[in-house]
Design a protein around this ligand. Structure first.
Ligand SMILES: Cc1cc2nc3c(=O)[nH]c(=O)nc-3n(C[C@H](O)[C@H](O)[C@H](O)COP(=O)(O)OP(=O)(O)OC[C@H]3O[C@@H](n4cnc5c(N)ncnc54)[C@H](O)[C@@H]3O)c2cc1C
Length: 373
């Protein structure tokens, strides 16, 4: 018997991969989603989703009405020393945990007909030019084959190493830390509190819980030896953060932590693999729309496959759409990041937001997209 060749394999079941799998299955295509973890699980993420994807999710029956996400319409920024500015968000967004959302969407993709392999890690992917198919090696040594591969494996994966992607050679100075907490805090705002070396976001998610998540410095963690000590010595210098950390009840036994967060540019298509979400490029978290971009890339990749027969036409359509929608936003995000994470510049950005709503709004517009449908 000949080997089975899947029409499409999606590697990685975060938002980008699940949405792509859902859209492809809905269009009647044979799709296998491979995810290394078991749902539901926590991820380091601020869990604030820009409204640019709300209509799309509703239209596709993918909006999690049952859980009533938190509605967020205001933005608060504080400097390292605690100066504060606030503004209304043009589009706004909603807060919901990835623990809930990813499993909810995964079940929708399965209902639409997507097949899945969970708790299964992909080791490597090879495009066999002679046979015009992909060979995918699974961690147990077995192989699966597909006509198309969508790479939705997030910001950093062993597949990036196997593909020898250039950003893998760079060391990243950042760590990401996330908690869920109970706290008496404004429920309609997303706040970004600066500290020396990073910034910490807080916003409400479902069930009256709050997400508290920060991008910090690896070097500071090394210097202070532990996360609690670093928080005490560095984050608590911002009086707003000190108040939050002292008044919150922490709901995890220990925080979710990741390192190697790299914002370098990547390519949307590599070795004939369409790269989705963070695998195509990670927008700096302060922009608060990596999740919306991931969802949007899942939609665009599925459209490119459904609307074209020829491999080159699929790659061209996806690369063009990706570049048109996201390249500039990621670039602006990288440039704006310097306005955060130190005493002098964070005071400047707070006063900029305070005195020039126009400038602040222009930055937001350039890092956010239009609503997708
Ligand atoms: C500190 C921080 C805060 C953030 N806050 C926000 C925010 O508030 N709002 C926002 O919109 N965005 C935020 N983001 C960005 C957002 O989290 C990401 O952009 C988004 O999760 C990208 O989704 P994805 O589907 O591309 O990747 P992921 O959600 O990372 O999913 C990738 C999946 O691939 C799987 N995988 C990886 N390798 C393999 C393999 N070899 N085999 C099988 N499976 C594999 C992983 O287990 C994972 O489930 C933040 C990011 C950081 C770092």
């Amino acid at each position: 018997m000949g080997k089975h060749q899947w029409d499409i394999i999606v590697i990685g079941g975060g938002l980008a991969g699940i949405i792509a799998a859902h859209q492809l299955a809905k269009a009647g295509r044979e799709v296998l989603l491979i995810e290394k973890k078991q749902y539901p699980f926590h991820r380091v993420c601020g869990e604030y989703i820009s409204n640019e994807v709300r209509d799309f999710l509703k239209q596709e029956g993918l909006y999690p009405n049952e859980i009533i996400p938190a509605e967020i319409s205001k933005f608060r920024l504080t400097s390292v020393e605690g100066q504060l500015a606030e503004m209304a968000l043009d589009l706004g967004g909603f807060g919901i945990s990835r623990y809930y959302l990813d499993e909810f969407l995964f079940q929708k993709a399965r209902l639409a007909g997507a097949e899945s392999l969970i708790q299964t890690q992909v080791e490597s992917v090879n495009f066999n030019k002679d046979e015009n198919l992909f060979e995918v090696k699974i961690q147990d040594g077995s192989m699966v084959f597909a006509k198309h591969i969508l790479g939705a494996f997030g910001k950093r994966s062993k597949i990036d190493k196997a593909l020898d992607r250039s950003f893998m050679k760079e060391k990243s100075p950042f760590i990401g830390v996330k908690y869920h907490v109970n706290i008496d805090y404004d429920s309609d705002l997303v706040a970004l509190h600066n500290f020396e070396g990073g910034y910490c976001g807080i916003n409400r998610i479902e069930d009256n819980k709050f997400n508290l998540c920060y991008l910090g410095s690896r070097q500071q963690l090394r210097e202070f030896g532990s996360i609690p000590e670093m928080e005490k010595q560095v984050l608590h210098k911002n009086p707003h953060l000190k108040r939050i950390f002292e008044n919150a009840s922490f709901l995890f036994e220990k925080p979710e932590v990741i390192n190697e967060i790299n914002f370098s540019p990547k390519k949307p298509v590599e070795d004939h693999i369409l790269m989705l979400g963070d695998a195509a490029g990670l927008i700096t978290p302060l922009c608060g729309n990596g999740m919306a971009i991931a969802i949007h890339t899942g939609k665009l990749a599925a459209e490119a496959i459904v609307q074209n027969q020829d491999r080159m036409a699929i790659e061209r359509q996806y690369a063009k759409a990706w570049t048109g929608h996201f390249k500039k936003r990621l670039w602006v995000g990288r440039k704006v990041q310097w306005l955060f994470g130190s005493q002098a510049v964070s005071s400047f950005s707070v006063s900029l937001m305070h005195h020039s709503k126009f400038m602040a709004s222009a930055i937001m517009k350039n890092t956010h997209g239009k609503q997708i449908a």
